[in-house]
Write a protein that binds this ligand. Structure first.
Ligand code: HAM
Length: 434
């Protein structure tokens, strides 16, 4: 039992517990990105701005929420994304709205609404933005996540499939991510796919008793999805299931062959994965996915494919398109694993005091103009405290400007990793390489 004093004045620990219970936290599956943790995100954002432009792609931004029907009709009611994972709500006017779970349908909606294809036969667009899916959160899977995507709209030809795949490939290359496989498959045209679906369903029906419960359900809604089931029993059955690549007609085969010829000509490595079906309903012909073995079960870094019926599904004119979405959260996890954070800019702390405040600001400006990260003291702390903060912040260099340095027109350079130090003339700051 606690004493009267303890009851009247609860311990700091007890107070903290009570406070924690009342403190509002972030929503499950969302994350705060705190200062100092964004370098790799900036790196991806920088690549997003540079690499698609090399292929003639322009940025598009669409709203975070859309009418629910856009996704129901565009992505498909039978998909997990629409059936189970969307954040749907009625607004005060009684409209059903949905936080976007992906951006292909919104981009198609915007193109059609603004009649953007009137002026250009081909639209090349890229986007970077938040998506929302109510999934069970785990490493690499979040309820709010970022996608970097691109869509090439207006061409039915395999050149555009190859172009979009090469754009994805170039983004990974530019980021230095190499530990992944590009999986390629064809879902053929509607005619072949309908024949194949029936054959697959016949086969699955024969093995229905041994399938997992979720695959039994999928047989009714979307039998193709049983092919990428992660359940071991399903995998055994799928091994002998008919394969879509045996059902391609001449048109579908020609399209698939042409995509591969261009990828080969451009030395883009890929593997044929004839069980790759993707989770969204709008695909036909080429589908692809970038997968990695280094992130556990959330192995898809991104994926996409051709969608020639999406525009009609959402009430527009028949318009061919092909694109991809990359999961930036997963790419950042890859970059962290690669320890690319070590590649961040060399950061410098400029240590000054009352003798050198203005000179310190001028030296910092010179170095920033040369592209270095420079932090200066604004708390008027002692040299010792400034140096301790610099080390704690992971800075590589401390530049010390005290009374002696000011009098001798020099500056002391301390390597914070090795503790070695030397002195250079202030005039040399213009050219010194850290
Ligand atoms: P998706 O395969 O559904 O395709 O998503 C693309 C990528 O987004 C995934 O490969 C994954 O990296 C990432 N992602 C998906 N869900 C999550 C999550 N809960 N947490 C973290 N990352 C996630 C699409 O969205 C299509 N719109 C791609 C496309 C564009 N197809 C044609 N054009």
């Amino acid at each position: 039992m606690c004493s009267i004093n303890e009851a009247l004045e609860p311990s700091a620990e007890a107070q903290q517990k009570v406070q924690e219970r009342f403190m509002i936290k972030n929503v499950k599956g969302t994350r705060d990105f705190l200062p100092g943790s964004l370098d790799l995100w900036h790196k991806v954002e920088d690549v997003a701005r540079r690499v698609p432009a090399l292929f003639g792609y322009q940025e598009i931004r669409t709203p975070i929420f859309e009418y629910t029907d856009l996704f129901k009709r565009g992505v498909g009611e039978g998909t997990d994304v629409v059936g189970k994972e969307m954040y749907v709500f009625d607004d005060k006017g009684g409209d059903s709205l949905t936080l976007r779970p992906e951006l292909t349908a919104p981009v198609a909606r915007a193109i059609q609404q603004e009649n953007l294809l009137r002026a250009f036969p081909t639209l090349r667009l890229w986007y970077y933005g938040a998506c929302f899916r109510y999934e069970q959160p785990q490493a690499g899977r979040y309820r709010q996540f970022q996608q970097l995507g691109a869509e090439c709209i207006g061409s039915p030809n395999p050149e555009s499939d190859a172009e979009i795949i090469m754009l994805g490939y170039s983004i990974f290359k530019e980021l230095g991510v190499t530990d992944y496989t590009l999986n390629l498959n064809s879902l053929a045209n509607l005619h072949c796919r309908t024949i194949y679906k029936k054959e697959l369903l016949d086969y699955l029906t024969k093995h229905e008793a041994d399938l997992s419960e979720s695959s039994k359900k999928r047989m009714q809604t979307n039998p193709l999805r049983t092919l990428d089931s992660k359940d071991e029993r399903d995998k055994e059955i799928v091994k002998n299931a008919p394969r879509i690549l045996s059902y391609l007609d001449e048109e579908s085969q020609r399209h698939f062959d042409a995509v591969q010829s261009i990828l080969k000509a451009c030395n883009v490595p890929y593997v044929i994965n004839d069980t790759l079906v993707r989770g969204l309903d709008y695909y036909s012909h080429t589908v692809f996915e970038f997968t990695t073995k280094s992130l556990g079960t959330q192995d898809a870094l991104g994926g996409g494919g051709r969608y020639d019926n999406l525009f009609e599904q959402i009430g527009g004119k028949a318009t061919p398109g092909v694109g991809f979405g990359l999961g930036v959260d997963r790419i950042v996890l890859m970059l962290e694993k690669l320890e690319q954070s070590a590649n961040k800019l060399e950061s410098i702390w400029l240590i000054s005091n009352e003798f050198s405040r203005e000179l310190g600001a001028a030296v910092a400006t010179t170095l920033r103009n040369r592209g270095y990260n420079v932090v200066t003291d604004v708390q008027r702390r002692s040299f010792k405290n400034q140096l301790t903060s610099a080390s704690k912040a992971g800075a590589s260099w401390a530049l010390i400007l005290g009374e002696d340095e000011v009098n001798s027109h020099s500056i002391t350079i301390k390597n914070l990793n090795t503790s070695e130090q030397n002195s250079i003339l202030l005039s040399e700051v213009q050219t010194y390489e850290f």
